[in-house]
Design a protein. Structure first.
Length: 296
């Protein structure tokens, strides 16, 4: 099976548009379409449904996409093995993190890697879990800081960095801020505000709210933790803040309280593909992460 044809297929699946995919691949659209047609002939069925607005994968295309991504990632890994042997310590380390982790753990991790490999250079990708897992599968990044579950858990190795508690966050002066026996039933009339649904932290906090019977009070959603804390500070409602973020937002006039027994928490992992060849420089990321985990 032709590798270039696989690259065209994966790019069309990513762009959901033939013209944009052709631009990225630096090929004419008719040539790209011809290669996709040859791929469909090989597979014995259509991989894309085409309409004026966008291109979507057929069931066959969805099944084949995982295989195509895996093949291309293996090829890139082999190429990187050769490159890594030749110039290991000059290699760029590519790492991604979701927005609710990146500002709080990524600088410390990169500093620890830099200590081990002073010549290391970094390419960083901060985005949502879906984008990062795709980037791992396609070889755009070697590592990601994620919170499970994700779509690639079975295909990845991981190292747990920390179990991050979600803390109930109230404005200073709130009647419940200093309550000695804070329980879920005392929050029944409170308005809860969470991150927008594209954040996995929103799903985790939302599930915790439902456990506490607070689902009906999710009235406001935001895309930034600091925005949520500003709204809490101004009396618009209560939220849940990951413990790793509290130090960075000490300027906010809010109070953080543990809630639940056991408390709600998320697992933060450093993740990499099992089949991925890692150079000595890239292994330093795992070593640095293990050191941070042992010290946490």
């Amino acid at each position: 099976m032709d590798l270039q044809r696989l690259k065209y297929f994966v790019e069309v699946a990513r762009q959901k548009h033939f013209s944009r995919a052709a631009d990225v691949c630096r090929v004419s659209q008719p040539s790209l379409s011809q290669q996709i047609k040859k791929l469909e002939d090989e597979l014995g069925g259509r991989v894309f449904e085409r309409n004026r607005e966008k291109v979507t994968l057929t069931p066959l295309g969805q099944d084949f996409l995982r295989h195509a991504q895996a093949i291309l990632a293996e090829v890139q890994s082999a190429e990187e093995f050769v490159q890594g042997v030749q110039e290991d310590h000059a290699r760029t380390i590519r790492i991604g993190a979701i927005p609710t982790i990146a500002p709080y753990l990524l600088p410390e991790l990169l500093a620890a890697v830099q200590t081990r490999v002073p010549s290391a250079r970094f390419e960083l990708l901060e985005s949502y879990s879906e984008t990062l897992t795709e980037a791992l599968m396609t070889g755009r990044i070697e590592f990601a800081l994620l919170s499970p579950p994700t779509a690639v858990d079975a295909e990845c190795d991981h190292l747990v960095l920390v179990r991050d508690e979600l803390l109930l966050t109230l404005p200073e002066g709130h009647p419940l801020a200093a309550a000695p026996d804070l329980t879920a039933d005392r929050l029944a009339d409170e308005r809860m505000i969470l991150l927008e649904n594209s954040h996995c932290l929103a799903a985790q906090a939302g599930a915790f709210c439902r456990e506490l019977g607070l689902e009906e009070h999710l009235e406001i959603r935001s895309s930034q933790i600091d925005t949520l804390l500003g709204l809490v500070e101004s009396g618009f409602g209560l939220t849940f803040t990951p413990a790793i973020a509290t130090k960075a937002h000490r300027h906010r006039r809010v109070v953080h309280r543990s809630l639940g027994d056991p408390p709600c928490s998320r697992e933060i992992r450093l993740v990499w593909l099992k089949r991925k060849f890692l150079t000595r420089s890239q292994h330093s990321v795992i070593e640095a992460a293990r050191h941070l985990a042992d010290g946490s």
